[in-house]
Design a protein around this ligand. Structure first.
Ligand SMILES: Cc1cc2nc3c(=O)[nH]c(=O)nc-3n(C[C@H](O)[C@H](O)[C@H](O)COP(=O)(O)OP(=O)(O)OC[C@H]3O[C@@H](n4cnc5c(N)ncnc54)[C@H](O)[C@@H]3O)c2cc1C
Length: 394
């Protein structure tokens, strides 16, 4: 059995599988390891992605698409509805995936490209010896040590690779959304719209989502900012479901965290790159991280190819990866972190006024000037309250 690789990718989520696939396409010897015995399961995700984002990396396939979505409806605390087309609605609206199948499909693509894949294999640490990384792993209960020139840490929100490599990815309570979600069956809903509910009593510092998964079934979940709640997220969600979907039957439940920290300073150190949730690549406003993880995975694979070609795995060479993700996904992440910090301070009255100003508007036709005009007409004071949004978002 081969034990020496150019690259070992730790974690077979969307970020890790895309990184492994790109490494293999670059002609590298790559191993993808996953601690769970089934890639993609259990799912800790609402499974929404934008069509455009997804199509940059894979051709959509019926077997892993649970629902095709036309747009989003956003509800302010007083029930005012804003309707957005799918193109306008951000990183989570377009398809609702079946991630159990999707994640496995991505891992299979990496294997087809030439990556080796080991499941039920958990990385437990690594050491650097003469510029080579010795990765300690437990494979089916047995301790094994493999070596690699480069490690790509794609081990998700609870990433240990970042910590082992001395990369600062720490999250404060105010920088992580605590999420709970049910797969709710037996409910009446429009299967073509994702719904988002805002409000300080509904989901402080976050939102409730309803993402349809075909007929009479949806991922119904909540994300709240730990620093802004006095109850457990499940209590808020149960309250919402009791009111909105009293007949709904939860057939699955997941809990998890979503980083909303914004850009980290660097996602590299000597011999190591972090991708996806491990590098806090989620969008701070929507919480969407699937597409960003995939994109970051591709950049990490490209840079691994360059580093191996040069025979130089130093942080300085790998910083090209920082340049790549910061100049692309990083721009939106940084901007949306600023917007999120402002949004979470909105009172319910402000959210209602903003929604009223936008009610019935075709948002794709709305420029900033028209938006300001509408807000002034509906509620001049609101424009003063939210001026930072315009100043900071530029
Ligand atoms: C409740 C919830 C809802 C969400 N909804 C959406 C949504 O609708 N749309 C969206 O775009 N994003 C959503 N997200 C975020 C999205 O799930 C993540 O951004 C995405 O999965 C990140 O991909 P990743 O590859 O970085 O990490 P992950 O998908 O988390 O994959 C990491 C993998 O690493 C493995 N691993 C961890 N440690 C080790 C180790 N030591 N050794 C080996 N393997 C290891 C894990 O088992 C896992 O398979 C949601 C998140 C949550 C919690």
């Amino acid at each position: 059995m081969k034990t020496d690789y150019d690259v070992i990718v730790i974690g077979a989520g969307p970020g890790g599988s895309m990184a492994a696939r790109k490494c293999a396409e670059e002609g590298l010897d790559v191993l993808l390891i996953e601690k769970r015995q089934e890639i993609g399961s259990p799912v800790r995700c609402a499974e929404g992605v934008s069509k455009k984002g997804l199509q940059k990396f894979v051709n959509p396939q019926k077997k892993w698409i649970a629902a095709e979505i036309r747009g989003a409806k956003i509800y302010s605390p007083d029930g005012t509805e804003i309707v957005m087309s799918e193109e306008m609605a951000g990183s989570e609206v377009g398809y609702v995936l079946e991630r159990k199948i999707f994640d496995r499909y991505l891992a299979r693509l990496s294997a087809r490209a030439g990556a080796e894949v080991l499941v039920k294999t958990r990385a437990t640490g690594f050491e650097r010896e003469n510029d080579i990384m010795k990765v300690k792993m437990v494979h089916f209960g047995e301790q094994i040590d493999y070596t690699a020139k480069i490690i790509i840490g794609a081990d998700g929100v609870e990433s240990k690779v970042g910590r082992w490599a001395g990369i600062d990815t720490t999250l404060k309570l105010s920088e992580v959304e605590s999420c709970v979600q049910y797969l709710l069956s037996g409910i009446e809903l429009d299967p073509e719209y994702c719904l988002f509910y805002l409000g300080n009593n509904v989901a402080p510092g976050g939102y409730v989502w309803v993402f349809p998964k075909g007929e009479r079934e949806a991922n119904v979940g909540i994300g709240v900012l730990g620093s802004r709640v006095d109850r457990r997220p499940k209590e808020y969600l149960d309250e919402f479901i009791k009111k909105s979907y009293p007949g709904g039957k939860p057939v699955e439940m997941v809990v998890g965290g979503v980083p909303v920290k914004g850009e980290i300073e660097t996602a590299v150190s000597d011999n190591v790159m972090l991708v996806g949730d491990a590098a806090r690549h989620t969008d701070p406003i929507t919480g969407g991280g699937i597409i960003n993880a995939m994109e970051a995975g591709v950049y990490a694979g490209e840079v691994a190819g360059i580093a191996v070609e040069k025979g130089d795995y130093s942080a300085q060479t790998l910083s090209l990866y920082d340049e790549k993700w910061k100049s692309t996904i990083g721009k939106t992440i940084a901007r949306n972190a600023i917007l999120k910090d402002k949004f979470v301070t909105f009172t319910d009255d402000q959210l209602n006024s903003l929604a009223k100003a936008l009610e019935g508007v075709k948002l794709e036709d709305l420029g900033v000037t028209e938006l300001i005009r509408r807000i002034i007409t509906k509620n001049p004071k609101l424009l003063w309250d939210i001026k930072d949004l315009f100043l900071k978002a530029r």
